[in-house]
Ligand binder design. Structure first.
Ligand code: ZN
Ligand code: ZN
Length: 385
């Protein structure tokens, strides 16, 4: 069974529940738990009731109700880009780009290693000091409070590409990217969402605090602190510093949103070809935080790496962060899919491909044969005349 002991460099640190240890595991310096368990809300298979309810929801007329407050805010946020770059001439100052990139990566880690892999998926456990930092960084990203983010995310996993998915990618790129925040959610999101449990989230006092004081934390972390620090540290005017913070905010939102849009539409599916989420090179390289391996992630959502090979062989800064915390003894019980399970998932996809190819070849030869028969019968008819 997994324990919460600190790792030791001298011993093989992988605890195997499901699957066999291999040389890759032996090289790991952190304790990991190989598992195929899922927490509530992460079994992607739909129940018969789900299927009937969602089919009915498809037939119900759905009227889009705009959330004008968000629409106006998004317009304003995007207008800050020309202001910061043209009037504020931000692009000429390398140190400011570096400063906001640094803040952007803190925010990104808050989303990926925090709200996503720690709180939503419980893919590892972390010391309260790490959780406080992750909560602070997550607030820099300005993507709602931790509880709300995780609730939406669990519902997204459970009912992907249906009306119960908050950012249902079958409604198009724009909707799954940011359009879903500009209108009220489909009724099915709350109907199905109510059937999931989120009690575990509220057991964490940090999540409770974040939920209670989110509005004030949002104002402080998204606007006030970054703007103030930019003024004090780099002598920027308040207006320029504010516009730069807005650009950083806007950029980090788009990088996150790409996971819901691009990674559900473009790329390849080596782990499960029956679902829409894909391994998306564009998303992998746009954020570098390891969230673009989305076919893997939807297939094995409890895996702290959110990718098959982690940061050693793939671009995955969040995995690197989590393992660094485990190295320091500040994170433990890192869960991952067993190599055996991953391998069998990949083989299943390959087998499907071979079957499809064979079916296609069979269809083509049947078509050829039909054409030959038709040609012959026509020639026979001509001879008879
Ligand atoms: Zn997804
Ligand atoms: Zn996820």
């Amino acid at each position: 069974m997994p324990t919460t002991d600190k790792f030791s460099k001298k011993v093989v640190t992988t605890t195997v529940i499901n699957g066999q240890p291999n040389s890759e595991n032996d090289k790991l310096l952190v304790k990991t738990v190989e598992t195929v368990e899922t927490v509530d809300g992460f079994v992607d298979d739909l129940s018969p009731t789900d299927i009937i309810e969602l089919k009915n929801a498809d037939q119900v007329e759905y009227k889009v109700e705009y959330v004008w407050r968000n629409i106006i805010f998004f317009i304003f946020m995007h207008l800050c880009i020309p202001y910061a770059f043209i009037i504020g001439a931000w692009n000429l100052k390398f140190y400011l780009v570096a400063w906001h990139t640094f803040l952007g990566y803190m925010a990104g880690l808050g989303v990926t290693a925090g709200a996503h892999r720690l709180w939503s998926h419980q893919s590892y456990k972390a010391h309260w000091t790490v959780r406080v930092f992750l909560a602070f960084w997550f607030t820099l990203a300005g993507q709602n409070d931790i509880y709300e983010w995780c609730r939406d995310h669990r519902v997204h996993h459970k009912w992907s590409e249906t009306h119960a998915d908050p950012h249902n990618a079958t409604r198009g790129f724009f909707f799954s990217h940011m359009g879903w925040l500009m209108c009220k959610k489909h009724k099915m999101v709350s109907v199905k969402g109510r059937t999931l449990k989120f009690d575990d989230l509220l057991q964490d006092p940090i999540v409770r605090f974040h939920k209670k004081y989110y509005k004030i934390l949002y104002l402080l972390c998204v606007y006030l602190i970054p703007t103030y620090l930019t003024v004090v540290l780099f002598g920027e005017t308040w207006l320029d510093a504010f516009a730069q913070s807005m650009v950083r905010y806007c950029f980090s939102l788009h990088v996150t949103w790409l996971v819901n849009s691009a990674a559900h539409m473009y790329g390849y599916r080596p782990y499960n070809d029956k679902i829409n989420p894909r391994e998306s090179p564009f998303v992998i390289y746009s954020g570098l935080l390891g969230e673009g391996f989305h076919n893997y992630h939807h297939s094995f959502p409890f895996d702290y790496r959110a990718s098959e090979f982690g940061f050693r062989y793939q671009v995955n800064l969040s995995c690197m962060f989590i393992e660094a915390m485990a190295y320091l003894g500040l994170a433990w019980d890192l869960r991952k899919a067993s190599d055996k399970v991953v391998k069998s998932a990949k083989l299943k996809v390959k087998a499907n491909e071979v079957l499809q190819e064979q079916q296609q070849m069979l269809d083509e030869s049947m078509q050829d044969a039909e054409e030959v028969v038709n040609e012959r019968s026509e020639t026979t008819k001509e001879h008879q005349h």
